[in-house]
Design a protein around this ligand. Structure first.
Ligand code: NAI
Ligand code: MG
Length: 410
């Protein structure tokens, strides 16, 4: 081959699609990219349009050109978007686009559906000396701070959020429901126009994929247990199927990993009792959503909650759990915590095999939080107002600067 190494390097430079979106999405994404670059990660970032602006201007918050970009480059770092109810959205549409029958739909849901991003991973790990950490009373009356390190795998496309639902269901649906003895008995006398139905459909394929992802993660990162967090004693078919399949997979392929089974309601109670006992948790769509928000609350809330979504054919989107925080979006100096976005970028680094760089970044973030002199308003337990930076809180950029300064010392 007649290519010099410099050319190979240029050819192989990784391309990552950046989707800042709306509100604070832009600032947190920009700062996360600064941080991972300072840690030595090199990539070419390709901007993709997404969010409210494109709904208003083009009638589509997820333009086809953005889908094409993600299709081509496979990996996206996503900030946050603003979503509004359909009617509010219609009012903000450019006048030239009104009366065209355009209906607003969330571009996040759109991405998830288009690429079938069926696996969602939301890790929650305690940062030492984070003032937002959950604490509890110890036996001797003192206070203890359990170390939380869980990875929640949420099935992202099916179940109660699958969108198969009706109010006043059509005849065929109603007739089919009436063939079920429990429906006939409990709902058969209600007028059909007074009935709303939201289905909870699980397929074996998607259930197997989320379970396997959970077990693989447990093995790769050394977690002792995988907990199925559902409600199989009541929701016998869907939760029941997930638990049965988990038992098979564990028995045949991961005998060294313990399989635990908790009910979502009891899990919410135990969460504050013994969160340190859990490792990998796996659940359907809605229960996964609930359990991941609950665990995120133990480690600092939205400023710390990161996530990743994966499809079967290799598309991966990394994003903080928080939204666009419009309340703060127009502050002259941004006050929001960039850590959730930075952690999401670290998940991307793990995914593409840059675990060493991810480790450096996480170490730097941990040091800044532990050291404690540079902290955003949420970590300082202030209410989010424009003047917090004048009262000792770090801005978004100052927080990122402090992390970069730590990286430079490593
Ligand atoms: P939000 O997550 O944007 O903000 C809720 C509150 O959490 C904020 O007011 C702030 O107090 C706090 N917060 C959020 N991110 C923070 C950060 N990085 N640092 C410190 N504090 C932070 O949720 P909200 O207000 O319910 O929704 C605002 C918009 O965002 C809506 O249009 C909603 O549809 C959209 N949204 C988008 C999501 C996404 O892009 N993934 C997820 C959730 C909401
Ligand atoms: Mg949620």
């Amino acid at each position: 081959m007649n290519i010099n190494s410099n050319e190979i390097f240029i050819m192989e430079k990784r391309k990552i699609v950046t989707l800042p979106g709306d509100g604070i999405g832009e600032v947190v994404l920009e700062q996360a990219v600064r941080v991972i670059s300072a840690a030595g990660f090199e990539a070419e970032y390709i901007h993709g349009d997404i969010g409210w602006e494109f709904w208003c201007k083009e009638g589509n918050p997820l333009p086809q050109r953005t889908i094409d970009l993600i299709d081509e480059h496979k990996i996206a770092l996503f900030g946050a978007i603003t979503s509004k109810p359909k009617d509010d959205a219609a009012i903000e549409l450019d006048p030239s686009l009104r009366d065209k029958g355009l209906v607003y739909a969330s571009p996040i849901v759109g991405l998830r559906q288009h690429f079938n991003l069926d696996i969602c991973l939301r890790p929650c790990r305690t940062y030492k000396d984070n003032p937002l950490n959950f604490i509890r009373r110890s036996k001797d009356g003192g206070v203890e701070e359990p170390y939380v390190d869980v990875a929640i795998f949420r099935q992202n496309t099916e179940g109660l959020y699958g969108g198969v639902e009706w109010t006043n269901p059509p005849d065929q649906v109603y007739d089919a429901l009436m063939t079920h003895p429990k429906f006939r008995k409990n709902f058969g006398s209600a007028p059909v126009e007074d009935i709303s139905v939201s289905t909870r459909i699980f397929t074996r394929k998607a259930t197997e994929r989320i379970l396997r992802a959970a077990f693989e993660h447990a093995e790769k990162y050394g977690y002792r247990s995988v907990t199925v967090c559902e409600k199989p004693n009541v929701i016998r078919e869907t939760s029941g199927m997930m638990l049965l399949m988990a038992k098979e997979i564990q028995k045949n392929e991961y005998p060294q990993i313990e399989l635990w089974n908790t009910n979502i309601d009891a899990q919410m109670m135990w969460l504050t009792k013994n969160p340190e006992n859990y490792g990998v948790i796996v659940a359907g769509n809605m229960f996964g959503d609930i359990v991941s928000d609950a665990f995120a609350g133990l480690i600092g809330g939205l400023g710390f909650a990161c996530s990743a979504q994966f499809s079967e054919d290799g598309i991966a989107v990394f994003e903080p759990t928080h939204g666009s925080a419009p309340k703060y979006a127009d502050f002259k100096t941004s006050i929001v915590n960039p850590v959730a976005m930075i952690e999401s970028a670290c998940m991307m680094l793990d995914y593409i095999g840059e675990r060493e760089i991810a480790g450096k970044v996480r170490k730097a973030v941990a040091e800044v939080i532990e050291e404690g002199s540079v902290r955003t308003y949420d970590i300082m337990k202030m209410s989010g107002r424009e003047d917090v930076t004048g009262r000792g809180a770090a801005s978004t950029v100052e927080m990122a600067n402090a992390i970069i300064a730590r990286l430079q010392k490593q």
